[in-house]
Design a protein around this ligand. Sequence first.
Ligand code: NAG
Ligand code: NAG
Ligand code: NAG
Ligand code: NAG
Ligand code: NAG
Length: 870
Amino acid sequence: MHRFHRHLSVLLVLCLAFVTREALASVLAIDYGADWIKASLMKPGVPFDVLLNKDSKRKIQSSVAWKNDDRLFASDAANIATRFPTDSFSSLKFLQAVPYDADAVSFYANVSTAETVETARHTVALVRKDGTVWSVEELIGMQFSYVKELAESLAGEKVTDVIVAVPSFYSQFERDAVADAIEIAGLRLLALINDGTAVAVNYAMTRTFAKPEYHVVYDAGASAIRASVVEFATEKGATSIIVKGVGHDRSTGGTELDRRLRDLLAEDFKTKYGKDIRTDKRGMARLWKEAGRVKAILSANTESRVTVESIAFDIDYKSRITRAAFEEACKDLHSRFAQPVLDAIAHSGLTLEQINSVILFGGSTRTPMIQSALRAAVGDNKVATNVNADEAAVLGAALHGASLSRQFKTKDIKISDITPYDVQVSYQAEGAKPRTINTLVFPAGSKVGTKKTLTFKRKEDFKVTMAYKTPPAPGFPTDLLEVDITGVAEAIANLTERGAVDPVVKATISLSESGFGSVPEAVAYGEIKDESIAGKLKNLFGKGSSSEVSAEETESVSDAQASPSASAEKKKETKKEDTIKLTVTPRFPSIAPMTVEEKRTARDRLRAVDAEEAVKRRREDARNSLEAYLYRVRDLLDESSPDAPFMKCSQQPEREKMREKLEETFAWLNSEGEDADTAQYLDKRTALEILEKPVVHRYTEIEEFPRALNNSQMWNWSTRMFLTEAKQNLTQEQKEGVQGRFTQDDLDGLEKTLKEHESWLNEWVEKQKSVKMNEDPVILTSEMKARAKTLENHLQRLVRKRAPKKPKTTTTTTSSTTSTAAAETETASAGADGSQVPVDDARPTTSSPDPSSTTSADGASETKSKHDEL
Ligand SMILES: *[C@@H]1O[C@H](CO)[C@@H](O)[C@H](O)[C@H]1NC(C)=O
Ligand SMILES: *[C@@H]1O[C@H](CO)[C@@H](O)[C@H](O)[C@H]1NC(C)=O
Ligand SMILES: *[C@@H]1O[C@H](CO)[C@@H](O)[C@H](O)[C@H]1NC(C)=O
Ligand SMILES: *[C@@H]1O[C@H](CO)[C@@H](O)[C@H](O)[C@H]1NC(C)=O
Ligand SMILES: *[C@@H]1O[C@H](CO)[C@@H](O)[C@H](O)[C@H]1NC(C)=O
């Protein structure tokens, strides 16, 4: 069974199970282009938008590079190509799952200065200057991992679920390569979505369709041009997007235009200076960058300056180029720019007249020759620029990803996509003369997310091959997987013995929503005669359901039931014993997806790089922080004003010792400290901090003292007020002979605590007053607060005390009428009796010992802790 199919079904179950209280996981969407990565994060509480790059750009260059030992990403990585042409890796999308001898690899050699090499899987890897080899999946995995980090810093939590937009023409091999890179990056693939379909989702997000509309999404990207014909309809509040036809051209696109322009400039250079720039990798990298810049200028102007200082051979390349010359160099492509649209329309069975609009998407739609070719082909009035040409796909993918994860309320949009390639199943026919039978199971244009059942009259184990009818791209293989179906003889014998008539083998062939083909199941099946009336009736119903499609006499193809589980159940009810599960063993005869082991190795390699970088970063941080600290201490010591806090709070000998240590540390940092490790930097810092600490301590105590004193006096005063009033009440009560809230003992106890507090305060505050600023304080503000807290707690205990119950009728409501405020007070001061007095900032804000003031303070902290949990 193909792992992807399994993956999706497991996921579905998980979603259903956790839909209740499980923490809302965010969903990351990635549109990985040959030039640019766009990403978007769906997370509750985070505004839905594209992810910003480290320098707040809305798109991220698809590059990874090394500057000596430092790994770079995005524009840093792309730009470094002009200095380290074999250590900068861009346009990797062209190499996903590509067999090493395919055309795509020689094309890549024409657009990149990086070196390629063949992997053990016969795909492509790239070689760094130092000889380190990284597979395409690993390099793309690094970029996915980089995007994951960006998303995590925005989300403030781990991000694992991801949906990736891929070209509709991506074969299963390429889809596997994307899935592998995602897993290498430590992400979990929710789904793949075709980029044209994602644009359609974005388009439908803000629209409803009173009657069905047909639009073409025309996507001119860097790596290819493609088009999808999409039907939009809204019925009963739900919008459906049905892809009706697709078309593509893998050999036109922005990169090919860049290449043509670069070659034009290379020729121009040769003419001008008599030198071949192609022999110089740095020069070629510089020219490549310049071609991209000039192409953008020519999109808006008819002519552009070309300037590359010291491009190569000590030459400053200066020239001019016209748009006309550029377009002339691309003349053979003109007829191909619009062809994918026409192909997609033809494929859909519609006519151009039925198309409401052609929606432009992709950076290359800004290139005038591409847009004019399209306008000429479909008519100006059909061309629509009503989606964001860079971001619509990633935003649509994010919305779809969110709807798949079922944790978000999103607009109800159902999508139905198709496969662009004929998928067939092949097997050897039985008989005297072995011959291969090919059954077209999913013709191009078939819906994805469907299953079919193939029926075989077999008595022995056999093998089926699932394959594209033709290679999906030049140099690509056709075979997707070979599946051994075993256990046939035993199962057939078993069924026969139990009275089944002509038992057969039924194999399920699946094409998942994400475009992965698999053979998830095969069974032996036979109808065992049920002689009861009910059985006869059921058999009658059972028979009508399989429609024979195959021309082959013994084999047949039928659509799996719309709701397979329901039909399976029905069968189970009638004849439990008439199917026997067979063993299905898939193998990948051509470009296999990476094995679990290969992916683990790759992930470990990436993690090792990450860990190494983290160590480097920590060391850098420690070094920088030590250096910054040294400068700060030097500024403190150099302070000329005697009124500066540091000067006021320190003594001459202390400053001398610090100065000595400071100079020693500076000297160390500039000599052996250059190559020190993190711990040494931290130690050096600590050594100096120990000397500074007493000064800092004095200063903070001086700062804190007035507040601590105010707090102590406040409770002193409040307690006194309370006692005075309570004593008056007690006297009055005694006179009246009634029992009041407080006893004499209560009040005496509080008085005692108050006195203790007062005398301590009096004594030590006096002592502290004679302490100089540059001497250590004799009392700590923390102790002042703790003692005030003791008093406060004693006071609160009395304030909370309930009046004695009157002997008259008691109702159960007395206890429940205890106000919430009182209940809160109780929780708030829980632990107040503990000998260890918590020091907090809860100070009374009014002059009365209002218990609600402490309540609100604690209430606030309670709310805060709840926030922390969320
Ligand atoms: C790459 O460049 C060479 C020389 O310019 C050319 O002959 C070849 O056809 C190019 N390959 C592709 C795939 O563009
Ligand atoms: C057929 O298979 C079933 C279950 O696999 C087993 O219980 C039964 O004994 C088998 N019958 C024969 C006749 O082999
Ligand atoms: C003491 O605290 C009260 C209330 O918080 C405040 O109004 C007053 O200004 C403070 N006095 C001093 C000296 O800090
Ligand atoms: C405590 O309060 C009383 C009056 O309420 C005052 O006389 C006394 O000075 C205060 N003690 C301190 C140390 O603030
Ligand atoms: C004193 O008695 C009055 C009137 O009953 C009451 O409102 C007040 O809370 C009492 N004060 C104290 C400190 O118990």
